[in-house]
Each structure stands twice: as C-alpha cells, then as structure tokens.
Design a protein around this ligand. Structure first.
Ligand code: G3I
Ligand code: 9MR
Ligand code: ZN
Length: 530
C-alpha cells in the first residue's frame, strides 16, 4: 500500500474550542490567499493572505502559517486556498474532544492484563483473563504472582519503567484537570464507585507494581515478559512462561516515586492503600541507597523483549526523593533533592528522563523552590525556541525519534507545567499546538489517534488489533521516526524528510506501534484542553 500525499493545508482534524488559537500550515507553494468556509452553507467566514514562507528541513518543504483564530462560531469548516487546495473539514465548538478523551482513557482498560475484559466496554476486544500463571524469577526456580497491570504496548510485556511514566501522567491528569478529578462515569467497571475513574484505572497498574517489588531487598523487578515477543496473537494465546527480569535501579526509582505520590493522592479515598504505597516507596528508597552506582539494566540471557535501557539513573533518584519528601516531609529526602539538582541530572520528560516529574511536583508542593522553578523555565523556554523553527508548531527541535509523538505530547505537558508553576499564560498556546500536531496539523496529515480524524491509522502494530483485523480505537501511534528503525520503514521511507517518516503499516513497529506511556500524555493534554 502506498503512502498518501499530505494535505496542502494542515489542521487539527478533531477541531478547536471556540476561543482557542487556530493555526493552519500551508505547503502549497503557489498559494497566495485562503478562505475559511462554513461547510453547511459554503459561506466565507474568514480570509487572508498566505505569507511568511519558511523552509523547514524536517518537513522538506516551505511552510506558511495562517491564523484563523477569528473563527469562533460553532460549526464545521474547511480552509480553501486560491489554488483550489483544501484542508480536511473540522469542527469548532464546545466538547470537540469529549469522545476522543474517553477513548484515550478506555485504551488503558483495554490494555488490562490478567483479568476478563467486559464486552460491554471493550466490544470486540473483550477476552478472558490472560497471563494468569506465575512468573519465574530469572536465574532461579522461584515462582511469583505478578498478575495484573497493563500490557505495555503492541506486545504483552509489562515493564515497570514505562508503566510508572504512564501512572505519573495519569495522576497528574487527576491533579491538573478539574474535569478528570470529578469524572466517575467514563464507563470502566469501577465507574460510579465514588473514586474518579482515572484513579481507579491507575490503581489497576499500581496493584500490579506492588507485586513487582522484591519483599526482601525492596528492589523492583525491571519487567515481566516471555523470553521472546509472541507471534501476532490475541493476549490469551500468549502462554509462554513469564519471566521476571532482574531488579534495576531505574525500575526501583520510578516505583518509589509513583508509590510515594500515590500515597498522597489516594489518601482521602483509601488510607490503608495509601499507607502500603508509602511503605513500599520507603523500602524501595532503602534499596536505592544501597545500590548507588549500579550499572543500568540490560537484557539478560536469551531474553529479547523490550529493554528500556537507561544508564543514567540520577533523574530517577531525584524524582523518587522529591516525591518522598512531599509525602513525608522528611528533610533527608529534601537534602538529596538539593544536592542532586546541583549535580549532573537530566531533566527531560519521557520513559528514560523523568527529572521534570520530580521538579514539577516539587515546585507545586514546596515553597522554597526558586532553583527548581528556574530549571523548569529553562526547559520550557528551549521548547519555545524549537517551536519557532517548525512549520507545524512542533517543539522537537527538528529531531524525530521512535515514539516522536510522545516527545511532542510530553513537551505539551512540560509547557503546561511551566505555565502553571511560573504563572505565565504565554506557554499555553504552545502546549495546545503540541496537541494540534498530534491530532492532524503535522507533515503527514494524520490524526495520529486510531479511530479519530479524517485520516487515521488503520494498521497499528498492536497484537489485539492485528489478531482481530481492525484497529482498537483511542490509541496514539508512535509517529514519525527519521531513524528508520524497522525493516518495513527502511524499505518504504528511505530519503524522506524526518517529520514525514511515518507509515501506517502494522509491520512498522518503529512508526506505528502504540504504548500506554504514549497514550498517557495524550490523556493529560486532552483533559486539560477539553
Ligand atoms: O535518546 C536518543 C538520542 O540521544 C539520540 O540522539 C537519538 C538518535 O538515534 O536516539 C534517541 O534514542 C532513541 C530512544 O528510543 C529514546 O527515545 C533510540 O534511537 C530508539 O531506538 C529508542 O526507541 C525505543 C524502542 O523501544 C527501542 O528500544 C523507544 O523509545 C521505546 O518506546 C520502544 O519501546 C518498545 C519496547 O521496547 C517494547 N514494547 C513496545 C515499545 C514501543 O515500541
Ligand atoms: O512486536 C514487537 C514490538 O512490540 C517491539 O516494539 C519491536 C521492537 O523491539 O519488536 C517487535 O517484534 C518484532 C521483533 O523485534 C522482530 N521480529 C518480528 C517481531 C514482530 O514484528
Ligand atoms: Zn495479559
């Protein structure tokens, strides 16, 4: 199958709120002017010149940005250029993200492992409980119950490091979105129980993570998977022996951070659970204290499933210390934070770089945070610089790696974090443009969420979808990867500019897989821009 030509006018295919800033990107070099037309009556509601062309090397094209923020009335519109080229149709109005928000949260339910999925919720993706056996601790004959949690991605592995990132994004969604903080009707089995659904869903992962901790040492196993990736089969059909890969510092640090945070967030709903989260976090910290300087995780033996390697654990230590300080008020954790931020800690957001999670929560919860605020401001200002060099409002700085859509979405979170902590609204429109990119204003004109938008991924690298022959809805795919990291991408995307290195084919796991920690920043942004 071929790669479709991008539209010559790029917009967010899910549409815009009435008062939102509205930008479109034109790549039709002959265009001189545009009209925004109401689809219902073909009336021109706004018009202007197309000017200010700039070459964007990541796109491989000249781009011009048009601003049609004056279009505020509820309706369906399209942008038409004087050359005849048109954008996809898009709505303006209230509630344009309601459905996609719900679907992006329900994705987590659909990824639940070790439990029966209800057909009233999961539809055709319902299945009996999967991965119900015990796992063997690698290199021993010890069997352990580690059932539960979410499948990571298009594979069925369960990995602590990316799981913790997804948990954090969803806990932040609860804290930072008034809507998510109240929503108890999303349609999961726990809906209506008086606990916000986003917390119920996260609890499913936390209960599993607690089982991943070694009771003796407090260290946390890096992952539980088979030895190899399964064939493209349904979850219940992966019956290979599950193996617990060795404990790692990054898994233990991330675990300590989210457990400490969970002890704060869940306290008013379930104090006993909050207590056990805090105890687990403190025990994990003890392990970390004794294992400073340990080497980063590497796959052992003949295990070849996702590695999530990360040789720098200083940011995981920082994050854990920050959350433990917030949860306990114990100054020894604060001392660790203060020392760490003077040292060589990476501050990014992502599965490997978690420092900003700690920095942000520290700024929100601790009065004496001038240094941390400064770090956050630096990170956000760098993204604003990157934005200026992009034709489609992306903040990745011209780099498109495996899971670039996560980078874009995480940058959106970071910009909102800065706006909140620094009390500076000017970051908000940049953050919104990260969501606009994900939902269609990008160099390939895909709304990158399955089942949504005018052009949407239909062939994700996702075993449940492939086994059924249709895409599960509400999943954010990885997106453009200029490094061409699978054979299919290498074959069809050679010599294509980075931001256009995307193909909607199930074989391309480096472009078209899905993960819980790519969906989680999407949930955060949708909840905040709803
Ligand atoms: O961070 C470096 C950067 O410093 C460097 O300059 C750049 C240029 O190559 O690459 C960046 O590293 C990339 C790294 O992700 C961090 O973003 C690597 O190229 C890239 O290969 C690596 O991809 C990861 C991939 O596994 C392969 O290890 C993805 O982030 C990660 O999401 C993905 O995770 C897989 C699991 O292993 C298995 N389950 C599915 C899941 C999603 O595909
Ligand atoms: O399905 C696997 C996917 O989840 C991983 O992200 C990807 C990279 O680790 O690997 C996929 O599995 C492929 C394997 O690496 C090579 N043989 C074909 C497998 C399915 O496409
Ligand atoms: Zn499972």
């Amino acid at each position: 199958e071929g790669i479709p030509d991008p539209k010559l006018v790029g917009i967010n295919q899910m549409g815009y709120g009435k008062d939102a800033k509205k930008l479109a990107t034109v790549t039709d070099r002959d265009a001189k002017s545009y009209e925004v037309k109401s689809v219902a009556d073909d009336k021109v509601v706004s018009k202007g010149d197309v000017s200010g062309w700039d070459y964007d090397p990541a796109v491989g094209d000249k781009c011009a940005v048009i601003d049609f923020s004056d279009v505020k009335d509820q309706g369906t519109y399209k942008i038409v250029l004087d050359t005849g080229a048109e954008s996809y149709e898009f709505p303006v109005g209230d509630g344009v993200y309601d459905d996609i928000y719900k679907a992006s949260v329900l994705m987590f339910y659909d990824q639940r492992c070790g439990t029966e999925l209800d057909s009233a919720i999961a539809g055709d993706f319902a299945h009996a409980a999967c991965h119900t056996g015990t796992a063997i601790v690698y290199g021993s004959d010890v069997a352990k119950d580690v059932t539960g949690g979410w499948h990571d991605a298009g594979d069925y592995g369960r990995y602590v490091v990316p799981g913790a990132k997804a948990v954090q994004d969803l806990l932040l969604t609860y804290e930072d979105s008034e809507y998510a903080a109240k929503d108890d009707a999303i349609g999961i089995p726990e809906s209506g129980n008086g606990v916000p659904d986003v917390l119920d869903e996260v609890r499913y992962e936390l209960d599993w993570m607690l089982k991943m901790q070694d009771e003796t040492s407090g260290g946390v196993y890096h992952k539980v998977t088979g030895e190899v990736f399964p064939e493209m089969v349904a979850a219940v059909e992966e019956t290979a022996q599950m193996i617990l890969s060795p404990i790692s510092n990054t898994a233990t640090g991330d675990f300590a951070a989210v457990m400490a945070k969970a002890s704060v967030v869940y306290r008013k709903y379930d104090a006993a659970f909050a207590d056990s989260c805090l105890a687990a976090a403190q025990k994990a910290w003890k392990y970390l204290e004794q294992h400073q300087g340990d080497a980063g995780f590497k796959n052992v033996g003949s295990i070849v499933t996702g590695e999530y390697p990360d040789s720098n654990d200083s940011d995981e230590y920082l994050w854990a210390a920050a959350e433990l300080y917030i949860a306990t008020g114990d100054e020894s954790y604060n001392d660790y934070v203060k020392t760490a931020i003077e040292g060589s800690v990476k501050y990014g957001l992502g599965w490997a770089d978690v420092g900003y999670y700690g920095i942000y929560d520290y700024c929100v919860n601790v009065k004496d945070c001038a240094a941390e605020k400064e770090i956050l401001k630096k990170g956000a200002d760098k993204l604003v610089d990157n934005y200026a060099g992009s034709g489609f409002g992306s903040t990745t700085g011209g780099s498109y790696v495996w899971g670039s859509n996560m980078v874009v979405a995480d940058n959106g979170i970071l910009l909102l974090m800065a706006s909140k902590v620094l009390g500076d609204d000017s970051y908000v429109d940049y953050a919104a443009d990260q969501l606009n990119y994900i939902l269609g204003r990008n160099a390939v004109s895909y709304c990158y969420v399955t089942g949504y938008g005018s052009q949407t991924p239909e062939n994700p690298h996702h075993r449940p979808s492939e086994a059924l022959g249709k895409a599960m809805p509400g999943m954010l795919v990885g997106g453009a990867d200029g490094n061409l990291e699978d054979p299919y991408a290498k074959a069809v995307l050679a010599k294509i500019p980075k931001e256009r290195c995307y193909v909607d084919n199930a074989q391309s796991y480096s472009c078209n897989e899905v993960t819980i920690y790519w969906n989680s920043p999407l949930v955060y942004l949708l909840a905040n821009f709803k």
